[in-house]
Design a binder for this molecule. Structure first.
Ligand SMILES: C[S@@+](CC[C@H](N)C(=O)[O-])C[C@H]1O[C@@H](n2cnc3c(N)ncnc32)[C@H](O)[C@@H]1O
Length: 222
């Protein structure tokens, strides 16, 4: 099995179960047009987040790391009419492109896009009592993943699901002496997950159109 096979199978699954409509295709295109990195999740991963959102009856979702709004759109589409997703983006240029894409998707009413640092916005949410999120998707900068997860725990309702993307990093996570601060960051998260009694967690390896990686998935114990 090689990368080519993973990509072909990813295409097969996407075609069957996660076909992109014009809005999602345009969102991906907008990243090139705005000279932004093509680091959105894949269509299959978007569908995976939708399925999880439905499984936990998500009415309130928090996302860290919006980029162009691709994953935001997938998750927002799983919300009920009165549902809301708060999505946090540090880079104002990324946020402005995301806003356009979210508007193009007809989802402005369901999406609360906050421009700022994930840690600061999470602190504000906690202070203002905007808590009890049903689903939290962590996909921002990797070095502080452990701290993001711990802050997310304060914002999640019992029974919520927290998902963290990119926690395997092409297997580099096995290197305990890695000088890459993203690898060190996700290693600290993964270690914490193994010790934290507030959650029941595991990690799914992900292969497909993007490089080999993994998603941590945690249930907030009731
Ligand atoms: C991997 S991309 C997000 C991809 C997006 N979730 C998707 O799949 O469509 C990570 C994003 O996090 C943003 N980011 C980086 N550091 C951040 C921080 N401290 N707070 C909030 N956002 C941050 C980056 O600007 C970038 O747009």
């Amino acid at each position: 099995m090689d990368q080519q096979m993973f990509e072909k199978v990813d295409g097969y699954i996407s075609q069957l179960l996660a076909p992109e409509d014009e809005v999602l295709r345009q969102t991906i295109k907008s990243l090139d047009e705005a000279e932004m990195p093509q680091i959105s999740i894949t269509a299959n991963q978007g569908k995976f987040l939708q399925v999880i959102a439905l499984m936990c009856n998500a009415k309130k979702i928090l996302e860290l790391g919006t980029l162009g709004g691709y994953s935001t759109i997938w998750m927002a589409r799983a919300l009920p009419a009165d549902g809301k997703i708060v999505t946090v983006e540090f880079d104002p240029h990324h946020a402005s492109i995301a806003r356009k894409n979210i508007e193009n998707a007809g989802l402005l009413e369901k999406v609360d896009l906050r421009v700022g640092k994930a840690s600061e916005v999470m602190e504000q949410l906690k202070e203002s009592g905007e808590i009890n999120f049903d689903l939290i998707f962590i996909d921002a900068d990797k070095p502080p993943y452990k701290e993001y997860f711990e802050a997310a725990l304060d914002l999640a309702r019992p029974g919520a699901v927290i998902i963290c993307d990119n926690v395997i990093r092409e297997g580099k996570v096995l290197d305990e002496n890695s000088s890459d601060d993203r690898v060190a960051g996700v290693r600290r998260l993964n270690q914490m997950l193994s010790e934290n009694t507030k959650v029941t967690a595991t990690i799914l390896q992900t292969v497909g159109a993007k490089e080999y990686d993994g998603m941590a998935i945690a249930f907030v114990n009731k």
